[in-house]
Design a protein around this ligand. Structure first.
Ligand code: SF4
Ligand code: ZN
Length: 728
């Protein structure tokens, strides 16, 4: 253990705790001890403090307890001749630092200056944490790199960011060079790199304290996905060490405060890899491998980090001339940077996949029929048809839409290529930079083929892709494609729970909600909204031992409530006996369990004899007196809570939506934005029930916020729920 680091970290910790104390006093003087303090839209208070100590900070005065604890944790600054034999005191100093930094940042939301400023985003709310955190859980993002300081120049910064993005890592940025005041975030902005959660390049704060948001994210992940109780600090830290592959990259001059923050990160098992020659801490123990490794050149720094942290990154080789990976999916291409576009009302365009016989497909045959990119003028709108023909012994027509839906991700993965929509409403752009780098229309086919083979190799053996760019071809082929889309719609819409013997389970979420089982039927999709019955069946074909298993319905126990012997037995087995079974069509008695990823929550509104539905994106108060975040805490975690269910959005317009409780007509309130989003489906459902105006009888936040107001509104519009049988 290096003396210099320990001394620096402990000195830094003293300074930061001192600042927290001063800032707290300043805030209390300005606003009084009872002033509320919190990060935006989170149910986890100040997450690092809440996670590690269980202490809920809700007002300024609550910080006194944590401040006292931070001071107790602070070791004496060792004298120059003192030799620290182990990490213990440095780690304590690190934790004290994190507490102090989190308080300092939270106080900024009370008395300013707010951390959000230009490229700096400040705290991530729970919506972002869930959406992005799940990627850490399911492995689509292996972890994150927390970057402090600056690269030697803008080009190196851009190259480093691309390299991390290509490894699918999130890049959390905070802190500037201790001497120049320039940060990595500033450099990426100068290099015109698009930052934000969509591209995984997340700039929290120019101040090094901003890395508390990285650790706050990691801490919430442990609670939200790891099922760890607040205050169980050992498990929070262990979860992060074992499951969140994160590391700190210190790019340039490092201050005492940087050391102190790095010491905090080490407690989470996140090592520091430094470019400059700071003292190393090689003995392992707290982190998986070394704690601090320094003097690493920019060419090898990402590779070194990956080794030190023990990351296993799986990258599909996609043979195209630009960088490729999921981190590039969120990139936009502005009109000025666009070389060519397709679709989006500017030209006819569609994409289609067809299952063919093995003999009809020549693998890896990519053909462009019509002009290539270098034969068209800059700024043009060009017609486009992307037709992929696939074959495999296990490929079926039913799987076509599942694979086709992925085209969006397959195509967006390339830097400089942007894709939106599906079927015949796609819109695609290719940037000037991509063209410059040698990107051709042909490469769209290469990407699709490479990704289908890597992601769907279990069902697909051969892929050929034809790209049409002549208007006459596209217009002729789009008619055929529309007929295929129509047939697919009829096939899915025609399926009912009664029409099949087998449902599919999903137990992906058991990694964090161990008793939760989603049972997916044709009329009820998984509560995260990502898996419907066809997806479940395809996933089972693709990996027969995976998280989606067939569930034989077995004998009917109660047709109205949706209860079957086979389903109950399956749930008993998969929940290790803790859940005795469930009813699929009622929320009042033994409803399905909820993990935590539900898109919406349905909750009783007793006085209106109906239910409200709130979606995750809606952060305001709801008529049941709880915000989404509070409700989520009550409903999630794999329990059955009668009167509440977590659901996927598409379930709202299903005929089976709480059908045993009166169904669709029970809905008395939902946010306006959700209504808007589901407009078409809701209108269809209203027509089906013979009340086309029903949608307007559902209250929203613009006309009712409290339960009383919902009742008033329902009375005024003559809502059917008021005269229906009592829900109890
Ligand atoms: Fe989790 Fe259910 Fe979605 Fe599967 S379907 S990922 S178990 S919420
Ligand atoms: Zn879940």
């Amino acid at each position: 253990m290096s003396k210099i680091i320990a001394t620096g970290a402990i000195r830094g910790a003293h300074a930061i705790v001192g600042k927290a104390e001063a800032r707290l006093k300043e805030a209390i003087d300005a606003k009084g001890p009872n002033e509320e303090v919190h990060f935006p839209n989170t149910g986890y208070y100040l997450p690092v403090i809440y996670g590690l100590t269980g202490h809920k900070i809700e007002k300024l005065a609550d910080m006194e307890t944590t401040l006292k604890l931070a001071k107790e944790l602070l070791p004496e600054v060792p004298s120059e001749s003192f030799h620290l034999p182990y990490l213990g005191e440095t780690l304590d100093a690190g934790i004290a630092t994190l507490f102090a930094e989190e308080m300092i940042e939270a106080i900024r939301y009370v008395i300013g200056p707010p951390p959000m400023n230009g490229l700096w985003l400040g705290a991530a709310d729970d919506v972002i944490m869930r959406e992005r955190g799940i990627e850490f859980v399911d492995g689509s993002a292996p972890g994150f790199a927390a970057i402090a300081g600056q690269a030697p120049d803008v080009a190196t910064a851009v190259k480093l960011a691309r390299e991390l993005q290509e490894k699918s890592l999130y890049v959390f940025i905070a802190g500037a060079d201790a001497k120049t005041g320039i940060s990595f975030g500033d450099q990426l902005a100068e290099g015109d790199v698009q930052m934000g959660w969509e591209t995984r390049l997340v700039a929290f704060d120019k101040d090094i304290y901003g890395h508390i948001y990285s650790l706050g994210f990691a801490t919430r992940a442990a609670m939200a996905f790891g099922g760890v109780q607040p205050g169980d600090y050992q498990r929070i830290l262990a979860y992060n060490k074992n499951r969140v592959f994160a590391f700190v990259l210190a790019l340039s001059h490092v201050s005492d405060e940087d050391y102190a923050t790095a010491a905090g990160a080490i407690s989470y098992g996140f090592p520091t890899i430094a470019h400059t020659d700071i003292p190393q801490i090689l003995p392992t123990g707290v982190t998986t491998y070394e704690h601090v490794v320094s003097g690493i050149g920019f060419d090898g720094i990402v590779q070194k980090a990956v080794e030190v942290r023990g990351l296993k990154v799986q990258v599909t080789e996609v043979p195209i001339p630009v960088a490729y990976g999921p981190a590039f999916e969120g990139e936009r291409i502005r009109k000025e940077n666009m070389y060519v576009q397709f679709g989006g009302q500017k030209s006819p365009a569609f994409e289609l996949i067809r299952a063919k016989d093995l003999s009809e497909v020549e693998d890896n045959k990519i053909t462009v029929v019509g002009p290539e990119i270098d034969e068209i003028e800059e700024g043009s709108a060009v017609p486009l048809a992307i037709v992929a023909e696939v074959a495999g012994r296990k490929m079926q027509e039913d799987f076509e839409p599942i694979v086709e839906r992925q085209f969006h991700y397959f195509i967006n993965g390339a830097t400089g290529v942007w894709h939106m929509g599906q079927r015949d409403i796609i819109w695609v752009r290719i940037s000037k930079d991509a063209k410059q780098a040698g990107f051709k229309f042909h490469h769209i086919g290469d990407m699709i083929r490479a990704k289908i083979m890597s992601d769907y190799g279990a069902i697909v053996d051969k892929v050929q892709v034809t790209i049409y760019t002549k208007e006459a071809d596209v217009l002729r082929l789009v008619e055929e494609a529309r007929e295929v889309y129509k047939q697919r719609n009829i096939r899915i819409a025609g399926m009912s729970d009664e029409s099949v013997d087998t449902f599919y389970s999903c137990t992906l979420c058991q990694s964090f909600a161990p008793t939760h089982v989603c049972v997916i039927s044709p009329e009820r999709l998984g509560l995260c909204g990502a898996y419907n019955w066809l997806d479940g069946r395809a996933a089972y074909e693709i990996s027969p031992t995976g998280g989606n298993q067939p569930v034989a319905k077995g004998a009917v126990k109660d047709a109205a409530k949706g209860r079957w012997e086979g389903v109950d037995q399956f749930v008993v087995d998969k929940s290790a006996g803790s859940i005795a079974g469930f009813n699929a069509y009622t929320m009042m008695e033994d409803p399905m369990t909820s993990c935590g990823c539900f898109e919406c929550i349905v909750a009783l509104v007793p006085s209106a004899n109906g239910v409200m539905i709130v979606n995750r994106e809606f952060s305001e108060m709801t008529p049941c007196g709880m915000k989404f975040s509070t409700l989520a805490g009550a409903v999630g975690g794999g329990q059955q809570v009668p009167g509440f269910i977590g659901i996927g959005k598409q379930f709202i317009s299903s005929k089976k939506f709480i059908s045993a409780d009166g169904g669709f007509q029970r809905i008395v309130w939902m946010p306006k934005e959700l209504k808007e989003q589901l407009k078409e489906n809701l209108a269809q459902r209203c027509a089906d029930i013979g009340d086309p105006d029903f949608i307007n009888k559902i209250a929203d936040e613009t006309n009712a916020v409290s339960e009383e107001e919902v009742l008033e509104y329902c009375t005024k519009v003559g809502h059917p729920a008021l005269t229906m049988e009592s829900m109890f």
